[in-house]
Design a protein around this ligand. Structure first.
Ligand code: TNX
Length: 636
């Protein structure tokens, strides 16, 4: 039974030093509460010099805040304690920017507090909500992403599935695999493929065609059969998936979608990298949810999962050489090495993947033609590591000598310490053996510009190596990490900041351009291979409309589904360098994704907007068709 609730009201001000959060903690229980402290976690953070009204003793670590009522205060049943925090680090713009989780501590006992949505004056709310129109189909066929070429001259309602009675065992196995995919995503729909002929099915004939590239396929529909030609295993599976989508559309919305009777599809992807990134540190996703996300990617013919396995808020991958990374570093909350952050702060919040889990997930991905690129975020975003192993920090570096943009103190692995590289050697050895991918993503993002400047070891390294500050130290670190990866036969992928402070030799390096769209061109001009993932368009945690009630983050502004769909990653690039743009990626950052309902609201339909930009030529995209198709997308 919830006995305490927390309402919060945001009073905006141009000057953040006078912007206010006005709190009201109400006792809905039967007992008077006294001598308690309140802890809450909120993305709208109190400034270091915030002032309090009717409260005292504020401490803060990143999003975690703790304070108490004035001494002697008693909170009687039905009554509220009203207090104010004035002076904020960042403005609130949406209802989930306030406290996400809270608890009170009374004589050592922790009582969960139910957090209400953040509220604000009506004039700060545009009232706008996410808008995906009903849309309009131009052809009555459900395929996402849209093929490069399709011509259908007749439609039929007589077919309900395809049959492969003549196929080889390999072809039948492939069709059975796509049957499985379809059934997992839509358990209530019929299977698209049968293995014996029947009156309601069309024969499906598969043909390997050496003239087609690995990922290419073509389908020819004629009166009594469909012929699927394919270049390689991915092309074969993509063709089968398209047939499964056609069957699913015709089943679930027969008023809109049908089977082709005669016609052709010829198709191959625009980019080789059609990625989704998933942050499992801020909020964990169970193994079965990761498996299902892979199914969702395969349904949209996406072929990369960048798995963000570590961050300040938790380390999620079992490492045999450092078991404490998960036994301790994967937990936050009362009594843990780290305080609670984001959602669920009253309880111990934890989650990690064993190496056996990872092997299962990787093998599922391989089956679905998806490459999992693991991300170990370094040197920044390393609070979970440094709290687990404080000995990795320069002991002479003062506490709180710098803070990350998320407010974590001293959260970057020190580039001047042997311990750092010994640690990464062992971690990457295990990571390399678990993931067959060509790349390991080493993060490289958001190292605060004051990092390490007060570390005597870093100062010594700077003078020995003639490095001028944080960014050059960071580039030095990247160069060493790259050598470690090379030993394990892996190439380096990272966020765009890997190019800062002089960067590293671009040969074989792949960078994610995220901070703004212009970065894609800047990195390409510096010689790097690039994946376009601008926060403004491809960050699926960004709000989809300006209205206050819309959930999500807003540092990169509003990212409407239509604008995500319309974004063209190659705009402004030199024709001669287009080959350095390797693809596109949707990023699922999870600070706000406390449950699957929010996950689905944020991720769909934008994830397939990115899938379609990755697959389909820009001139073949059509927002109205995509919007119509989105009515029957799968969800987590
Ligand atoms: C920036 S993008 C981050 C993440 C946050 C994200 C939230 C990037 C490389 N760093 O740490 O989760 O914004 O949108």
């Amino acid at each position: 039974m919830t006995e305490v609730v927390l309402d919060c009201f945001y009073r905006p001000a141009e000057n953040l030093a006078v912007a206010r959060l006005e709190f009201s903690l109400t006792n809905t229980g039967k007992k008077t509460l006294q001598s308690f402290t309140l802890a809450y976690s909120a993305m709208t953070r109190a400034a270091a010099n915030a002032s309090l009204e009717n409260a005292e003793g504020l401490t803060r670590i990143a999003n975690f805040h703790e304070l108490s009522p004035p001494s002697g205060f008693q909170l009687e049943p039905g009554k509220s304690w009203n207090f104010v925090v004035q002076g904020l680090v960042n403005p609130a713009r949406h209802r989930l920017d306030g406290p996400k989780s809270a608890y009170i501590t009374v004589f050592g006992q922790i009582i969960e507090v139910l957090c209400n949505d953040l509220d604000t004056p009506p004039d700060s709310d545009t009232g706008e909500r996410r808008n995906v129109p009903i849309g309009m189909v131009d052809l009555p066929i459900h395929i996402v992403p849209w093929p490069q070429s399709i011509g259908v001259s007749a439609w039929t309602d007589k077919i309900t599935a395809f049959h492969l009675s003549e196929g080889t065992s390999e072809e039948k196995a492939a069709a059975a695999k796509i049957n499985g995919l379809s059934k997992r995503l839509f358990p209530d729909a019929p299977f698209p493929f049968r293995f014996s002929a029947s009156a309601n099915t069309h024969a499906l004939v598969l043909r390997h065609d050496v003239a087609l590239s690995d990922e290419a396929y073509g389908i020819e529909f004629s009166d009594d059969q469909a012929v699927l030609s394919y270049g390689g295993q991915p092309g074969r599976d993509y063709g089968l998936t398209v047939l499964a989508q056609i069957a699913y559309g015709a089943y679930v919305d027969p008023g809109t979608y049908r089977f082709p009777a005669t016609g052709t599809i010829a198709d191959s992807p625009r980019f080789g990298w059609r990625g989704t990134h998933l942050d499992v540190s801020r909020h964990f996703r169970q193994k079965n949810e990761v498996l299902r996300l892979l199914d969702i990617l395969a349904w949209g013919r996406m072929n990369v999962l960048q798995w963000h396995l570590t961050d300040d808020e938790g380390w999620r991958l079992e490492i045999k050489a450092y078991p404490e990374l998960t036994s301790s570093g994967a937990k936050r909350g009362p009594g843990c090495q780290q305080v609670g952050q984001l959602g669920f702060s009253s309880e111990i919040y934890e989650g990690s993947y064993s190496q056996d889990d990872v092997r299962d997930i990787v093998s599922h991905a391989i089956d679905l033609n998806i490459d999992i690129v693991p991300e170990i975020d370094a040197p920044g975003h390393s609070t979970a590591v440094l709290k687990t192993y404080p000995k990795f920090a320069d002991q002479a570096e003062p506490d709180n000598s710098y803070h990350s943009i998320q407010g974590y103190p001293n959260n970057a692995l020190n580039p001047a310490m042997d311990e750092t590289y010994d640690f990464l050697e062992k971690v990457f050895a295990e990571v390399a053996s678990l993931f067959p991918s060509e790349f390991i993503h080493i993060g490289g993002d958001e190292v605060d510009v004051h990092s390490w400047l007060e570390s005597p070891k870093a100062q010594r390294l700077m003078s020995e190596e003639n490095l001028t500050g944080t960014l050059e130290l960071q580039a030095y670190f990247m160069g060493r990490v790259r050598k470690i990866l090379a030993k394990h036969g892996k190439k380096l992928a990272g966020w765009d900041e890997v190019s800062h402070g002089g960067g590293i030799d671009p040969d074989g390096v792949l960078l994610m351009a995220w901070q703004k769209r212009e970065v894609t061109k800047e990195l390409i001009d510096q010689g790097y291979d690039v994946i376009s993932t601008p926060g403004q368009h491809y960050y699926l945690d960004m709000v989809q409309a300006s209205g206050w009630r819309e959930p999500g983050a807003s540092w990169a502004g509003v990212s409407t589904p239509e604008a995500s769909y319309a974004y063209e990653p190659s705009d402004g690039l030199d024709e001669s360098k287009l080959n350095q743009l390797k693809g596109v990626q949707a990023c699922i950052w999870s600070e706000h994704l406390t449950d699957n309902a929010l996950f689905n609201h944020m991720v769909f339909p934008r994830i397939y907007a990115v899938a379609e930009s990755g697959w389909t030529s820009p001139d073949r995209k059509n927002w109205q068709r995509f919007a119509a198709a989105s009515a029957i997308f799968p969800t987590l």
